[in-house]
Design a protein around this ligand. Structure first.
Ligand code: NAP
Length: 293
């Protein structure tokens, strides 16, 4: 591996990509699916396009010749994956397969998900057996298997990623509703390990630098429900907590079933990265401070 490897980041405009891309060195090439919302002026080390387009992805690899590929591109909408299985397959599996084929010598870093588990146990470690119950989880698991065929590669599994930047996520959803006095339903009963995108980006970069391989869990240290998460936001910003209504998943009209407890045990990931994410209440306090500046 060269001293300053050439890194290709896909999905740079996503929740994680927005935080991860600016942390990387100048020898980095970032791809966006669509023009970034925040009107970031794109440098010559960027490209905008659809990675399922054979020509776009082929030209990209020829142009960049990456030493490391950090694949953040995915169809992350769990309902959309369930209703459009072909698209989920093309994006979550097809892109990975193509990148592995086009750049066989590059070290591949794949971000995966707590949804590869069925949720019967919770607090999952990397040695627990995946058993996805949704198409999103299944496509992500299929991609993991392909990536792990090369022992130099790394799969980092994470959980519900949130941030206050432009991109829609559970934090912006709850914050926008509660700050405008709107009642909000919040999923109760399904536990997960929410993580602030900025912490995930820092942990991920550290894991890549340590040349970790295999499967690593790197998610928030707290095991929460979305209902708990909404309450944390309400408390931190003095919003009316009675606006939050706990609802079990059976009441949502969802096609995809969510795991009852997909929380991850990330203790080994924190030790590898030598960096531990902060709690969601701490992130909220930080946001408050940022807003005052
Ligand atoms: N978000 C979570 O809660 C969560 C939890 C566990 C694991 N993960 C994993 O973390 C990784 C990063 O996701 P994220 O949290 O940053 O979610 P995200 O905001 O949905 O980011 C995914 C990115 O992939 C891009 N993309 C989708 N289809 C594409 C295509 N055909 N060509 C090129 N780019 C395409 C999206 O662009 P457009 O939006 O413009 O289409 C978006 O920028 C993913 O592997 C995801 O599975 C996420």
């Amino acid at each position: 591996m060269p001293a300053e490897p050439r890194i290709l980041i896909t999905g740079a405009g996503g929740i994680l990509g927005q935080r991860f891309t600016p942390l990387c060195n100048t020898n980095t090439f970032a791809t966006y699916h669509h023009q970034p919302q925040n009107n970031t002026s794109l440098s010559e080390n960027t490209a905008v396009g659809d990675l399922t387009d054979e020509r776009f992805i082929g030209d990209l690899i020829k142009r960049v010749q990456p030493d490391v590929i950090v694949n953040l591109a995915a169809l992350t909408n769990v309902e959309r994956c369930e209703t459009d299985a072909a698209l989920a397959q093309r994006v979550n599996v097809g892109i990975v397969e193509k990148l592995l084929t086009l750049a066989p010598k590059a070290r591949f870093v794949q971000i995966s998900t707590d949804y590869v588990f069925d949720g019967a146990k919770g607090n999952y470690t990397p040695s627990d057996t995946p058993a996805p119950i949704s198409l999103y989880g299944q496509t992500k698991r299929d991609a993991e298997i392909m990536v792990l065929q090369n022992s130099n590669n790394l799969v980092v599994r994470t959980s519900g990623t949130y941030d206050w930047l432009e991109r829609h996520n559970l934090f912006t959803f709850f914050y926008n509703r509660l700050s405008t006095g709107k009642e909000t339903l919040a999923l109760a009963g399904c536990h997960y390990s929410p993580i602030w995108a900025d912490d995930l980006a820092k942990g991920l970069l550290s894991l890549i630098k340590t040349e970790a391989t295999g499967i690593i869990h790197y998610a928030g240290a707290e095991r929460q429900t979305r209902y708990d998460f909404a309450k944390t936001i309400a408390k931190a910003f003095n919003f009316d907590e009675s606006l939050i209504r706990p609802v079990m998943q059976e009441k949502f009209n969802w096609r995809a079933r969510r795991p009852e407890d997909s929380s991850l045990d990330s203790s080994l990931g924190f030790a590898h990265a030598q960096y531990k994410p902060q709690s969601s209440s701490r992130t909220c306090s930080q946001y408050r401070k940022n807003m005052k500046r």
